[in-house]
Design a protein around this ligand. Structure first.
Ligand code: 5CU
Length: 363
């Protein structure tokens, strides 16, 4: 039974060099109170001077950029194949004139890494979203010709105005035409003010446990409300973290649409595809939710045949030194075995068969 990890990140060495050359978020640097440990600072506001040193970014070691370490991690956790993707914040922060070339270089580097480990690595490419739209479309076309690419990873900002922006239509059209799946992943979270004045005392818990999933939920809801899937009925999107909170809130979202006087006035409550249809036709969900409770909601919303195992490596390593097996990975394995204890075929689907079928992996 093959195990495929579809949510696993890498910062290729060229990207880490770029981060080391920067002094504003995102960047990599050491701090005077821990000069021997480089820290990766990526999330908005996480280098605020008032932030305790243990909460300033995260330590960055070779597990973030050395592909041999990815393979070793896969071996330890019995993962046959991984679909690797550049981690957040991708190329969102680059000036438009630099983004196209950076995307081509990173995508070629990542495709090259996959070529070194036949059958073990595939990838989601990266788009130069700050470049002119035509350049983004060109990269989508080019990615379709790279052997190991199976989609693109994207954040929720789109071209700067979110994923409900009509200016994205040529990009959605190119993705749909090439049957290129979007792996939609959060980065920006919620405005830090919602975490309150004591947020510094809580490490990264609130932005990662709640900010990330809510960001995804809001981004997808905006896509849906703006009719993206009515215009692009075959556009495929894989949502990180089991869809944020969308499986749990889909009924409420649908009901709010049906009861909205403004939408009715605009004629937008009729003749549209509803949330459940889109969840079962266009959306795929990863199984990175660490509990069978969330996983069952994901299964009920989209169907067990649309769920795919993931680890989020290299994020969420064990905090104990010398702990080889990762608790976070084992939590995702256990969630699958508990949620699908009476359905071996569905469990095998989530662990690997669904990814092989959906992403057309040649295994
Ligand atoms: O720990 C984190 O900050 C993250 C992150 O930035 N991206 C991700 O995919 N997982 C965890």
């Amino acid at each position: 039974m093959p195990v495929v990890d579809i949510h696993t990140h890498i910062y290729p060495p060229t990207y880490v060099e770029l981060l080391r050359s920067r002094t504003t978020v995102p960047y990599v640097r050491t701090f005077p109170d821990a000069p021997d440990s480089s820290r990766l600072i990526i999330l908005p506001g996480e280098d605020d001077p008032s932030t305790p040193s243990t909460s300033r970014g995260r330590p960055i070691g070779p597990e973030y950029y050395d592909i041999a370490q990815k393979i070793a991690f896969m071996d330890t956790h019995k993962i046959d194949t991984s679909v690797i993707s550049l981690a957040n914040p991708w190329l969102d922060f680059l000036p438009g004139e630099k983004a196209g070339e950076a995307a081509r270089k990173i995508n070629d580097d990542v495709d090259g890494l996959c070529a070194k480990y036949p059958g073990r690595l595939y990838a989601f490419g990266t788009l130069p979203l700050s470049a002119p739209v035509e350049e983004v479309v060109q990269e989508i076309e080019r990615l379709a010709s790279l052997k190991h690419m199976r989609g693109v990873i994207m954040g929720t900002s789109g071209l700067g105005n979110g994923l409900d922006d009509k200016a994205l239509d040529p990009i959605y059209a190119a993705l749909e035409k090439n049957e290129t799946l979007i792996f939609l992943h959060p980065h920006y979270g919620l405005p830090v003010s919602v975490y309150g004045p004591r947020a510094n005392e809580y490490g990264h818990v609130l932005p990662l446990a709640l900010g990330f999933p809510l960001e995804t939920t809001i981004a997808v809801s905006r896509m849906l409300l703006s009719g993206v899937w009515d215009r692009f009925t075959k556009l495929k999107v894989l949502l990180a973290h089991s869809g944020g909170t969308l499986p749990f809130l889909a009924g409420r979202l649908e009901s709010c649409i049906q009861h909205d006087g403004h939408l009715k006035e605009l004629g937008k409550t009729e003749g549209r595809r509803d949330v459940w249809d889109i969840l079962k036709t266009n959306i795929y969900l990863d199984a990175v939710i660490y509990s069978d409770v969330g996983l069952k909601a994901a299964m009920n919303a989209s169907g067990a045949d649309r769920l795919m195992f993931g680890t989020d490596h290299p994020f969420f390593p064990p905090l104990e030194k010398d702990q080889k097996e990762w608790h976070s990975v084992n939590a995702n394995y256990s969630a699958i075995s508990t949620a699908f204890k009476d359905d071996k075929v569905a469990a095998e689907g989530v662990l690997g068969d669904n990814a092989i079928r959906i992403l057309k992996l040649d295994l």
